[in-house]
Design a binder for this molecule. Structure first.
Ligand SMILES: [Zn+2]
Ligand SMILES: [Zn+2]
Length: 439
């Protein structure tokens, strides 16, 4: 059946009778002109994390029109749209809604011109540089197809528009606001993310750990300030902070098993004001990545230990030990795709799209707070797939001359949106319907 299906997809144009067994692709095709209008609107009107009011309003209005029961302002600007359609499992489909403080430089006609002043007083452009506009548009596509095909599935569909993914906060906020208590709790959670490293229309899947734990750590290194010409009268926090940065490099290289994955990056180092003054403090900002809880705890404990140990070695007094701040609850947990479930879904997608278009991808050390929806309860099977967005010609050219392509979050990221949206809409709808069979 699966193999027949793949044949049908490939030969749909020449053998119309075979294609009738599944009309999903054609239905997506019919929706595309309207979905592309919606996409253009989302793309031109991006909103920063926690401010996704307009975007949420569009999702809510569309879902209401389709007959979903819609609740707004769940966990900030979150949207929950529920469609109860007989007995069966509960399936959650999620799209994240926020854009980024990035000034778009794609030069495209529909480029975002939005500018805002952030709470911190920084004026910046705003752009859907992570492609969450394709996520929201596909969410609408899925909602439309599921509503139109209600006679073909049985169960409860919970579609959510999630705020503030880029701040690693939105999933937690929605869960804390009763996503699993005020609304039906899912047995399955599905999502997709556009991908900037492979061709448009390709689907990538990663069984098990797919994205990393992300922790942000601040280290306030204290010293004793003074004149730059008389260092013997001071405790120089710049020298101490430099030692800490150096010693931190041994955490991953000497303390974590080479077979485990971990990253400790010092992304910011600020101290001092003038050539001839020894400052009395230095500030470090770190991003810390891992997959397992064990490695995560080792890294976070190790950072505190190294900071303190280096301060002792530098002769810093007891009351001026470095202050290491990390909120262990405020982090993006690793995204773990339930392995067997992922393999099953991948097999199913290969049957639909062909083996060439559905490929296994290695895990990455980026973060995605979608992982929270599955972590909440280990019985929930969850999966986020990648959908490639790089125009094929651009991909081929880049491969040929070894050029690096713009990544997600780049001001130059310009996905081939129609292919991303069509593929994601069909893949998510097909998986959702597969999980809620009729009868
Ligand atoms: Zn992002
Ligand atoms: Zn993203």
């Amino acid at each position: 059946m699966r193999i027949l299906w793949a044949g049908a997809a490939a030969l749909a144009l020449s053998v119309p009778a075979a294609a009738q067994s599944d009309t999903l692709g054609a239905e997506v095709g019919k929706q595309m002109p309207s979905l592309m209008e919606i996409y253009k609107d989302f793309h031109a009107n991006p909103e920063l994390s926690f401010m996704e009011v307009r975007s949420a309003g569009i999702l809510a209005a569309e879902a209401r029109r389709l007959g979903f029961q819609v609740t707004e302002k769940v966990g900030g600007t979150g949207v929950v749209a529920v469609m109860k359609n007989g007995p069966g499992p509960v399936v959650l489909v999620r799209a994240d809604m926020d854009g980024l403080p990035v000034t778009e430089q794609t030069g495209l006609a529909g480029a975002s011109k939005v500018r805002v002043t952030t709470k911190e007083g920084v004026e910046t452009g705003v752009m859907h540089a992570c492609g969450h506009d394709t996520h929201m548009t596909s969410w609408i596509g899925v909602a439309r197809l599921m509503a139109a095909n209600k006679d073909k599935w049985s169960g409860t569909l919970v579609m959510i528009g999630q705020p503030a993914e880029e701040r690693g906060a939105g999933a937690r906020m929605m869960l804390e606001d009763g996503l699993y208590t005020r609304f039906p709790k899912p047995q399955y959670a599905l999502a997709f993310h556009d991908a900037a490293q492979f061709p448009a229309g390709m689907i990538g899947y990663t069984p098990g750990y797919a994205l990393a734990n992300v922790d942000s750590v601040d280290i306030m290194v204290k010293g004793l300030g003074g004149h730059g010409a008389y260092p013997q009268t001071t405790k120089d926090p710049i020298v101490l902070a430099s030692r800490i940065v150096g010693a931190l490099q041994t955490l991953v290289s000497r303390e974590i098993s080479p077979l485990d994955s971990a990253v400790v990056t010092v992304g910011s180092f600020h101290a001092g004001a003038k050539h001839n003054i020894i400052s009395d403090e230095a500030k470090l900002q770190l991003t810390v990545r891992s997959y397992t809880d064990e490695v995560r705890n080792h890294l976070l404990d190790g950072i505190a230990r190294i900071a303190k140990g280096e301060a002792i070695a530098a002769g810093i007094p007891e009351d001026k030990m470095p202050v290491v701040s990390v909120d262990r609850n405020e982090y993006t947990p690793a995204t773990f795709n339930t392995p067997e479930f992922t393999e099953d879904m991948a097999k199913y997608l290969k049957g639909r799209f062909g083996d060439q278009r559905v490929v296994q991808m290695p895990p990455v050390m980026g973060g995605e707070d979608f992982g929270r929806f599955g972590r909440e309860d280990k019985t929930i099977k969850s999966l986020i797939i990648w959908v490639g967005g790089v125009p094929q010609a651009e991909y081929d050219a880049a491969k040929k001359d070894g050029r690096t392509m713009p990544s997600l979050h780049s001001p130059f990221w310009a996905p081939e949106a129609d292919k991303v949206i069509a593929t994601a809409t069909e893949a998510l709808t097909a998986m959702t319907m597969k999980l809620m069979p009729k009868g």
